[in-house]
Each structure stands twice: as C-alpha cells, then as structure tokens.
Design a protein around this ligand. Structure first.
Ligand SMILES: *Cc1c(COP(=O)(O)O)cnc(C)c1O
Length: 439
C-alpha cells in the first residue's frame, strides 16, 4: 500500500496516520472506521489556492462537497478559505449548520427543487449554477422585485469526453447536465437570463469529468467556451466575470494512476484562459475550480476488522471484512481499484493473494480483487487507502448495516467527527403497524 500524507509505519510495525496508531483508533472507535489525515487535506487545499496566487489570478477554489460532507469537514473548508459547492438542500443545510458563509456557497444540481432554490435564495448563496430552462423559470418566479439580483452561472456542456471511466463522465453533449454549448441551447439561456430582471449573470461553468490525469481536456474546454464567449461578446455585448472550469482532478488510488500536482492543473488552466482573454482583448475573468476527490480522496483511509475466510480450491481465497459496499460502493459501482495493508502487521511479508469481500448479501460486494497480503487471521486490521472521497458520502444502510464513524487525526490527536450509527438510528424512521381494533 502506498503511504499518503502523514501515513507511515511506526516502530511497532503498525500503520500510523496523523501521528496516531491505527490499532489504537480501531480499539477506541471500533471498525469499520473512516480516518482522515487533516494535514493532507490542508496541504491539498493550500496547494490549489497557492497556485492561483502565484499566477496573480483572482480565483475561487470551491470544495465539491459531495465528495465528503459533514459539519467538521465544512468547518475545515471554511478555515482553509475554500468556497463550497453544494448540490442539495441536505448539503446546503449541513453547510449552514457548520457556519459556512452562504456567500461562498455555490448551488449545483440538474433538478433543484423549488424548495431548494428558495432555501438557497433565503440564505443568500453566492451563486446558483443554473442547469436548465425550467430552473430559469422557477428562479424568475421566486425572485422578488427590488431584492438582490440572483447571481448565476450557466452550466454548459462543451462536448468533451474526459479521459476516464465512462460511468463517471459528465462532459459529453449527451449528458443530463447543462445547456449544450454547440447546439444553440446556451444562447437561448443567455437571452432568457439577460432579458429577466431577476438575474446577475456572472458567467459560465463546465465540468468535463472525474479522475482526470491530463490537462488537455481542461485546455480544450476553456478553448471551446471562449470560442463562444467571443461570439457572445458581439451578439449580446456580454463578457463573463467568472469562468468556472469544474473539478475532476485525478488522484492516486493504485500504482496505475499517475496524478499531476495541483499547481500543474492550475497553471495550464490559467494559461489557457489568459491566452484567450488576450486574443479577445477582454478583462481577465475570475477563474473558479471545484476539486472534490483531489482535496479529500487520498486523505481518507478505512479500517476494517477481518472476519471469515473462504477458500475456493484452485480459484481464490475470499477474506471478508466487517464493512463493504455499505461504506464503499465504488468498487461495485465503477469497478474502482484500491490498495490495502494489514495495519497491525506492516512488517510482515506478503504471503498470499486474496480477494477482499464485504459482508452484504450481494456477490458484487467486493472491495478488492487479488491483493497480496501477509497470511491473514481473524481480527487482523485491514486498512484500505484513498477512501476519503465518495466513501462516506455514498454510504448506505443496505442490509440495515449502520454507517461507520469518522475520525479526524492530526498531530497525534484523534477527534470523532461523525458518530457510528446505532441500531436505534437504523429504525428511527420506522413506524409500526397500528394494531387492529378488536370488536
Ligand atoms: C462531482 C463534481 C465535481 C467534483 O469532482 P471530483 O472528481 O470529485 O473533483 C466538481 N464539479 C461538479 C459540477 C461536479 O459534479
């Protein structure tokens, strides 16, 4: 297992994160357990922000909070001076409860409800990323004359397929998100928004995909968008104040992945925009980006206790852990690959190839196929690295399995930031049948 951030092997041969022995964490908080390396999250956030500062460009780095949202995480994002993308009333509510400033929140979503839009307006979110014509109409209706105009970006679909797994690509023309950039939809949207007194059109947004390892897609997206901006400058006498090029910066899950440093993505994006701006002789817009995975992904590690094993002669050995697709659905959903290690026996030599199974009633509930580990025993502690993004946030209660706890570790201290669900929590919304009245 590649050791990210402050993860290391300590003198006891245990995995240590943030100066805390993971075997102690397992004892104190139980398993499965999500562990976040706070220093690494800070380092990632700062490197994105610094890269823009170094280039002298006005920017917002918005944490795409769907990757991992909780009150503690939002407090950390606030402390680091990040902006925040939220995509639902639930994420918005959590952010408000965390004391995150509404003016630094951006509301996303392809089907924001009237209630969600209303809630966002009442709190005064900094921007609504408008996705479709219906949303323009609803916002127009919600707008009260004389109030602050609603700051909006229009989400456009530039028709670029980012280099990644098909399931998680959202940048093609054939996408449920945004206005087609190449088929005239954006122009109709701009006309509608500029014609209404409800809106302050800040600019445009696009997001070309996820787990992207090169910069070409971002450069191409910027070029496509600016080709249009050039047209719109004449046609609508409009130039954007903000261009948001989305997230999707890749991280290293396994040795097959070769991510670029944050600074490199930022430099290429800024250079691409600067080139276009110069050609158009317009003012440099603010550049916004929206990293999710790359801020929290490799900062997260999940600890599991090993239980049963099953040998299929001449085929494979299944080793089961006390979690699975309930706390990490990505392998089942996207065939995502992960690395792992025995956190309580980091010095032991790899002896056998096994496959890590979850405990759910689903053959597809597998976490890792074919990984070399020391000979594993019940109650060994298995650490799977890079589970910080889309792990807890996609966790579910399939088989009525309670969601694990989340701890933040830093400088030798651990802090519980999300409690483990109890069985009580599992039935909290259940309503028993009324007993029949016997006559
Ligand atoms: C999911 C998403 C992101 C974040 O993607 P990551 O791959 O986690 O960086 C950013 N912007 C939008 C619009 C998204 O939908």
């Amino acid at each position: 297992m590649h050791l990210h951030g402050t993860s290391k092997k300590n003198e006891l041969g245990h995995l240590e994160i943030g100066g805390v022995d993971t075997t102690e964490l397992a004892k104190q908080f139980g398993t499965p357990l999500y562990v976040y390396d706070v220093a690494l999250i800070k380092e990632r956030a700062r490197s994105f922000k610094k890269a823009f500062e170094n280039m002298g460009v006005k920017a917002q780095v918005a944490y795409a909070s769907k990757a991992f949202s909780s009150i503690a995480m939002f407090q950390l994002a606030k402390e680091e001076g990040l902006s925040l993308d939220v995509v639902s009333g639930g994420e918005l509510y959590t952010a408000i409860k965390a004391g995150f400033p509404a003016e630094k929140m951006h509301l996303h979503g392809n089907n924001k409800s009237r209630e969600e839009l209303k809630m966002a307006l009442e709190h005064g979110v900094g921007c609504i990323v408008v996705d479709n014509f219906y949303e323009i109409d609803v916002l127009d209706e919600l707008y009260v004359d004389g109030e602050r105009k609603i700051p909006v970006l229009l989400r456009v679909t530039p028709g670029i397929e980012a280099h990644t797994h098909d399931y998680i690509t959202t940048g093609q023309e054939d996408s449920k998100f945004g206005f087609g950039l190449l088929n005239g939809q954006v122009e109709r949207a701009i006309e509608k928004v500029l014609a209404s007194k409800a809106f302050h059109l800040l600019g445009f947004h696009c997001h070309i995909g996820s787990q992207i390892f090169e910069t070409q897609g971002f450069v191409l997206a910027a070029e496509r968008v600016f080709e249009k901006i050039k047209e719109w400058k004449d046609r609508f006498s409009y130039v954007p104040e903000v261009v948001n090029l989305g997230g999707g910066f890749g991280i290293r899950y396994t040795e097959e992945d070769a991510p670029l440093p944050a600074t490199y993505y930022v430099e290429k994006i800024v250079e691409a925009v600067q080139k276009q701006v110069k050609e158009l002789n317009m003012e440099m817009p603010e550049i916004w980006i929206e990293p999710g995975r790359s801020l929290v992904g490799d900062a997260g590690t999940t600890l599991y206790s090993i239980g049963s094993q099953k040998e299929v002669p001449d085929v494979r050995k299944y080793v089961a852990v006390d979690g699975g697709m309930t706390d990490n659905i990505r392998p089942a959903l996207y065939e995502a690959k992960y690395e792992a290690a025995l956190a309580n026996r980091m010095n032991d030599k790899e002896e056998e190839k096994v496959s890590i199974a979850g405990k759910c009633c689903e053959s597809g509930d597998m976490l890792i196929w074919d990984i070399a580990l020391p000979s594993v025993k019940p109650n060994d502690l298995l650490a799977i690295s890079c589970t910080g993004a889309y792990g807890y946030s996609m966790a579910n209660n399939y088989n009525r399995i309670p969601r694990p706890a989340v701890v933040f570790v830093e400088d030798g201290e651990a802090q519980l930031v999300v409690k483990r669900e109890s069985y009580e929590n599992i039935i909290v919304n259940d309503i028993p049948l009324k007993s029949k009245v016997v006559k």
